[in-house]
Design a protein around this ligand. Structure first.
Ligand code: AHR
Length: 659
């Protein structure tokens, strides 16, 4: 434990002892509670971009498991006598394959799946293989299920194997658990028809790690879900993003297709497959295995308020412009879209005895309501059509569900024509929150600490629904970006009476399959790492506080354009733990001496200081060095009302003092 008294004390920072500066006086009023900080203040935004769902958070290891991709064998190699059929047991996924005798006893029939950039197998981990199958002409068939390492120099490519016996003319689900005897990061799954087998039909070929997040079947990859849980996010926005809009209305995200039995959720395209010709992924589709039920359940399990985004009758305006009438729905045709919102509220909150969507939720395993409180209608919309379309949604949701908060959009930019047009429109419509998006360079983050200081205090609140510092000079997820996000967030926190939610974006990226960066969490098939931005978010999420405390320097907020002497700061009080939490970001090149005058504090107090810094502003965490830059926490004790510290250059420091 480090003791801090009324004079400047070393707290373990190298620069501290050397500091010659005049101490900056920060006045924190710990006795007067300011605005409530909403528990939703810091959250996460999930979109199936960068192989975030299929190939990422969703635990399924087989790509194109139902043979529904437009190229029905994409992801598969087939050999021997194999036929594609389309009258299968699942009407929304009618395709399946028939495996038959190849014509020669030494020639094999079967197929092999390449997974998403390969299949990752971990030695001694168990994998649950399942398939829907039948022997259409009777008899018995053996299907050999092999975990393979196709590129190995070992004698055998398959390193673990199990058999399933299919002996029914009716479609049935067969399952076997296989233990991997080897770690392979780019393996495959091979299925072979056994010798002397009858013809066999296979549909919905699936392989999951047995050990998914919370042990759910059809579950999530554990390390990635764990990373979300470890954040303690206040809100969880899903499922997008642009995929909500779709390139065409036909390919928009339709939540009703994502619930019910997983085998019968129809495939949708993923617009991120072709959005950039320089990051082109023709095998990127949405299986909807991770659907709205799974998102609600995940929200509950990570302790975040669910915040679904629904289509407002507009397809992606980036791709189509905002005035093409064939790409948006006329106001008098919007009812099915509005019904999607109303039915979703029932799916989440309704009584299973009274509503069929609520009944489906109960059948899927969750009779209790999910307690949905927010819906966002429209993603990143702009132009006059948006408020016109939004109006009937607002009217009908308000009438039926007056307690549900409605979130509208302010367009794709943090300022400018569309933004200036939409904010007043959202006010007129009575939106509860307005979603702002800003992917901006370092200079913007450094100059925007006071962004919310002069916002109107009445009317809709702000939801900073997508933001991230995008480095100039091809820098992504470098420490400096995270530091400037931390600086910017002090201004968000100070204005908690205006800003009620903020979610960094995007959340996930596969190192082999990204379309957009920076992102908060990266992974390959076996490993993952949390970026510097992740740790900044985590510091905020773990220290949200319940009320803002006034923190000033020379009577002014410590922010403004570029901070004061490069310093940004905010303070909150947390009722449940009776703690004062002060966040200080030193964006400057030299250490800064600070005296925290904690008005209202008497006697001695325990506490902690967490610091986040890096030896190199361009430094970043990587798969090979995932914890290169992580925050460090030390105990402190404070005597009286003054805490004097030196905050090293380029450091985010967080002081927590038990009151
Ligand atoms: O987060 C990536 C994309 O950025 C989102 O899909 C969209 O809303 C925004 O343009």
């Amino acid at each position: 434990m480090i003791k801090i008294g009324t004079t400047l004390a070393a707290i373990g920072f190298a620069a501290c002892a050397m500091a010659q500066n005049v101490s900056h006086q920060f006045d924190v009023n710990t006795s007067k509670l300011g605005a409530t900080v909403q528990p939703t203040m810091y959250g996460i935004f999930f979109e199936d971009i960068n192989y975030a769902a299929d190939g990422g958070l969703y635990g399924e290891l087989v790509k194109n498991r139902s043979f529904e991709f437009p190229d029905h064998y994409m992801g598969w190699n087939t050999f021997g006598n194999i036929q594609l059929k389309n009258d299968g047991p699942f009407n929304k996924n009618p395709h399946y394959v028939r495996l038959g005798y190849s014509g020669h006893s030494d020639k094999f029939t079967g197929l092999e799946n390449e997974g998403f950039f390969g299949i990752g197998y971990e030695k001694d981990a168990e994998y649950r293989f399942s398939v829907w199958a039948r022997v259409p002409d009777g008899g018995e068939a053996t299907v050999r299920v092999m975990l393979c390492d196709p590129k190995t120099m070992d004698e055998r490519q398959q390193f673990s194997e199990a058999n399933i016996k299919v002996d029914s003319k009716e479609w049935k689900k067969y399952e076997v658990v296989i233990k991997a005897s080897k770690t392979v990061d780019k393996g495959s799954l091979r299925l072979m028809l056994g010798r002397n087998s009858a013809n066999v039909d296979l549909e919905h070929v699936s392989l999951f790690p047995k050990d998914t997040w919370n042990g759910h079947e059809n579950g999530m990859r554990k390390d990635l879900a764990q990373a979300l849980y470890d954040l303690h996010p206040g809100v969880f926005r899903f499922p997008g993003g642009c995929i909500v809009e779709g390139t065409d209305l036909a390919t928009r995200y339709q939540w009703k297709n994502t619930v019910g039995p997983v085998e019968n959720r129809p495939l949708n395209e993923n617009r991120w497959h072709y959005t950039f010709d320089y990051r082109f992924f023709p095998d990127y589709f949405q299986s909807y295995g991770l659907g709205f039920y799974e998102y609600f359940l995940l929200s509950e399990e990570i302790g975040a308020e669910p915040l679904p985004v629904l289509n407002v009758g507009l397809s992606c305006e980036y791709q189509n412009g905002s005035n093409r009438s064939d790409k948006h729905v006329a106001v008098n045709q919007l009812q099915p879209y509005i019904d999607d919102v109303l039915d979703l509220i029932e799916f989440a909150n309704g009584d299973p005895a009274k509503n069929s969507w609520a009944k489906l939720r109960a059948e899927m395993g969750h009779p209790e309501p999910f307690n949905l409180k927010f819906v966002a209608i429209g993603n990143e919309q702009w132009g006059e059509i948006y408020p016109e379309n939004l109006k009937p949604f607002v009217e009908q949701v308000r009438k039926k569900y007056p307690n549900i908060k409605i979130i509208g959009s302010s367009g794709p930019n943090s300022e400018g024509k569309d933004f200036d047009y939409l904010w007043p429109e959202m006010r007129k419509l009575g939106a509860d929150l307005v979603d702002e998006h800003f992917y901006r360079p370092e200079s913007w983050f450094l100059a925007s600490g006071d962004r919310y200081d002069n916002y109107q205090r009445k009317g809709p609140k702000v939801f900073a629904g997508e933001y991230a510092c995008h480095g100039r000079g091809k820098k992504w997820n470098h420490f400096e970006a995270a530091l400037l996000e931390a600086a910017f967030l002090t201004g968000v926190e100070r204005n908690a009476d205006v800003v009620e939610m903020a979610t960094y974006a995007p959340l996930f990226a596969h190192v082999d399959g990204w379309q957009w960066r920076p992102d908060m969490i990266w992974y390959d098939n076996l490993r993952s790492f949390r970026t510097c931005s992740y740790y900044v978010q985590q510091m905020y999420m773990h220290n949200t506080g319940s009320n803002v405390l006034s923190l000033t320097m020379g009577g002014k907020p410590v922010a403004g354009k570029e901070g004061q002497d490069g310093l940004f700061a905010s303070a909150v009080y947390e009722k449940s733990t009776n703690e004062v939490i002060v966040k200080v970001v030193n964006t400057g090149d030299k250490a800064q001496d600070i005296t925290l005058n904690l008005k209202g504090l008497k006697g001695s107090h325990t506490g902690s200081v967490t610091t986040y810094s890096a030896d190199n502003m361009d430094g970043e965490n990587t798969l090979d060095n995932p914890e290169k830059y992580v925050p460090h926490t030390k105990s402190i004790s404070v005597n009286g009302a003054t805490l004097s510290v030196s905050v090293p250059a380029k450091t985010f420091a967080l002081y927590k003092i038990k009151k």
